[in-house]
Design a protein around this ligand. Sequence first.
Ligand SMILES: Nc1ncnc2c1ncn2[C@@H]1O[C@H](COP(=O)(O)OP(=O)(O)O)[C@@H](O)[C@H]1O
Ligand SMILES: [Mg+2]
Length: 326
Amino acid sequence: MVLPPLHMPIRSCDHFTSAPLDPIPLGVDTATDDTLHWDPSGPGDHLLIVNTTGGGGTAAARNVVEQCRTRGWQVIAADGKYDLYGLDSAANISFLGRPGDGFADPAWAQCMAAVVIAHRLFTARSAAARRGERVPNSPVLLVLTEFGGMVQQWHNQLPNHDVRELLDLIDEVRRGGGAVRCHVLMLPGSGHRWQAPRGWGRLCTQMFLGDLCARDAVPYTDTPVLKMGRGQRAGRGALVVPGEDGGRIRAIRGFYTYAPGSKLDGDGRTTGVAEQWEAFKAAVSDTTPALHPRLRLDPIAAGFPDIAACLWSELRRLPLATVPVS
Ligand SMILES: Nc1ncnc2c1ncn2[C@@H]1O[C@H](COP(=O)(O)OP(=O)(O)O)[C@@H](O)[C@H]1O
Ligand SMILES: [Mg+2]
């Protein structure tokens, strides 16, 4: 089990300048023990994590979100399967939507709201850039976990045209987001990995975790040298960083991190993990200040009783509001 080192939380948005963003630690190189990163200012603007069940996808997502949140990133999440449990009220989580139990559940529109909110931030930044105005240097992370299942649910409940529009919003952020520091973390999800949009393998940094074989990775990467074999242990896999030389592939052991809400299972308690988690909680997670407001879509302002009463065509136009601090 490899644990992420402690780092200083970012205390002000003044930290962010036009200089490249700090790379996000993902784990260590299995061969050299060097720390491996996702470099959001490099050629792989976005991060795609492909896992098999039990491969460590949830743990990897929690690590990336915690690393980004505590570095002052503004996180907007559509959490398809409670991967981000416990993070609901954590600092710099501007919005965390979950899919709910279908149309009858008033929560069901929240994942769509996350996409709309992140797209709204992206278009505002892009428009400012086009006008030559100042664009915030602080990064935004749109998190899409168990995305294959989420798309399935959208298909079950919305007309095809609406689903296509939703996917188009995400793809706009994927294609143009890097230039205005709007990045995407996508996990297609173990049961649904064939349903992730095909374009996602291109120009993303990619982490493949668990018992995947080269064929599983074909929809996602042009890099031909995936030799992951059978029987990979949780948290182990390959990191593919795109680049001019055709990309680089490394064998990785992913960090197993504390994040708000994380609970250790039995074996974790016996291996010194508890002490490191306690230290990470005290020095990093709990001391991270909120640099970004909590956001929501405002159905009342548009004359709707709640967000679940909106059709997609209405929801995508709802005004953005900040949640008052109580
Ligand atoms: N990076 C890791 N290092 C060590 N153990 C891990 C790591 N990631 C996951 N595990 C172990 O594997 C179990 C399953 O991981 P999880 O992230 O839930 O997998 P998935 O979401 O791919 O199904 C975890 O409960 C944990 O015990
Ligand atoms: Mg999982």
